[in-house]
Design a protein around this ligand. Structure first.
Ligand SMILES: C[S@@+](CC[C@H](N)C(=O)[O-])C[C@H]1O[C@@H](n2cnc3c(N)ncnc32)[C@H](O)[C@@H]1O
Ligand SMILES: [Zn+2]
Length: 281
């Protein structure tokens, strides 16, 4: 339930406990009186009044991602992520935190297949509008991963990060000592068939080693596995795929669509690694 998820949240201003209030309107309110109203779609914007220079994913990028993911092309990845998280979500009152939850697709699969309370966080309110509709039982928060997270110490069983920024010291702080961090990253050669055509950013070699290095301060690697997905996509699907990633920030969607085959389909291969980390004791 949403109120169970809220029990693990902390006020971003004063770190006091937050509670869910329904009157006069739905809001998160801390014991010192800081208050964050729910948006019409159900998410909570904790960044109110602070401003941010970050370029959040646009509504169009979010729509492209939702359409592509909604068609099930990356379903094997969602299932594999959920299976990786399952052993750590088997206890009563388990809590999963999805950092950079986007439109909530991966968190949704985890919640379909596991019984857990959930917190989803993203800096894009366009993404959270969709996430809040898809995962209404989760606490969906607009917040910046690079800032101290509005989540209590030692309160989370699983942190998931799917193609989103990582803040290892904060992930280590909020995780239980026996909790798990699961990171999904693309591998070199990911979508290579369309990378050039779309100007998508290439995945550099050595990224896996860099991921472990970046995590080293708070986490030790606890295994990883690769997952490849063969896709056969038409022009519109390819355009969505290119546009929903980081390249969407600097690509024009119409030009992108025009550069794709008008007819027929293209074979592309998505290459992922799912990496598991445990907090260092
Ligand atoms: C490539 S998308 C992946 C979204 C989702 N995990 C998925 O795979 O569908 C990256 C996400 O990270 C979010 N993001 C980027 N920087 C962020 C930050 N500093 N704080 C919170 N979210 C951020 C973006 O808004 C976007 O939704
Ligand atoms: Zn407060």
């Amino acid at each position: 339930m949403l109120s169970d998820a809220v029990a693990h949240l902390r006020c971003p201003v004063c770190q006091a406990n937050l509670e869910l209030s329904e009157r006069p309107r739905r809001a998160l309110i801390c014991t010192a009186g800081h208050s964050f109203d729910a948006a019409r779609q159900g998410y909570f914007n904790l960044l109110t009044g602070k401003g941010t220079v970050f370029e959040a994913d646009s509504a169009e990028m979010v729509a492209a991602r939702e359409e592509f993911l909604g068609a099930g092309h990356y379903r094997p990845l969602a299932d594999a992520l959920s299976a990786t998280a399952a052993p750590y979500l088997s206890g009563d009152g388990a809590v999963v935190f999805d950092a950079g939850t986007g439109s909530g697709y991966y968190l949704h699969t985890i919640l379909e297949q596991n019984k857990a309370d959930a917190v989803g966080l993203d800096i894009s309110k366009f993404a959270l509008r969709r996430a809040a509709r898809l995962n209404p039982e989760a606490a969906n928060l607009v917040w910046d991963i690079w800032r101290p997270l509005p989540i209590a110490d030692d309160s989370i069983d699983v942190v998931t990060v799917v193609f989103a920024p990582r803040n290892p010291p904060e992930f280590a702080r909020i995780l239980h000592a026996d909790g798990s961090l699961i990171v999904v990253t693309p591998r070199p050669g990911h979508l290579a068939e369309i990378a050039e055509r779309t100007g998508m950013l290439g995945i550099e070699q050595g990224k896996a080693e860099r991921l472990s290095d970046a995590m080293a301060e708070g986490f030790e690697p606890a295994g990883n596995h690769d997952l490849d997905i063969d896709l056969e996509l038409n022009g519109a699907q390819l355009a969505n795929l290119a546009y929903m990633g980081p390249a969407g920030h600097h690509l024009d969607r119409d030009a992108l669509l025009a550069s794709m085959p008008a007819e027929g389909k293209l074979q592309v291969t998505a290459l992922f690694t799912i990496s598991l980390f445990k907090p260092r004791s």
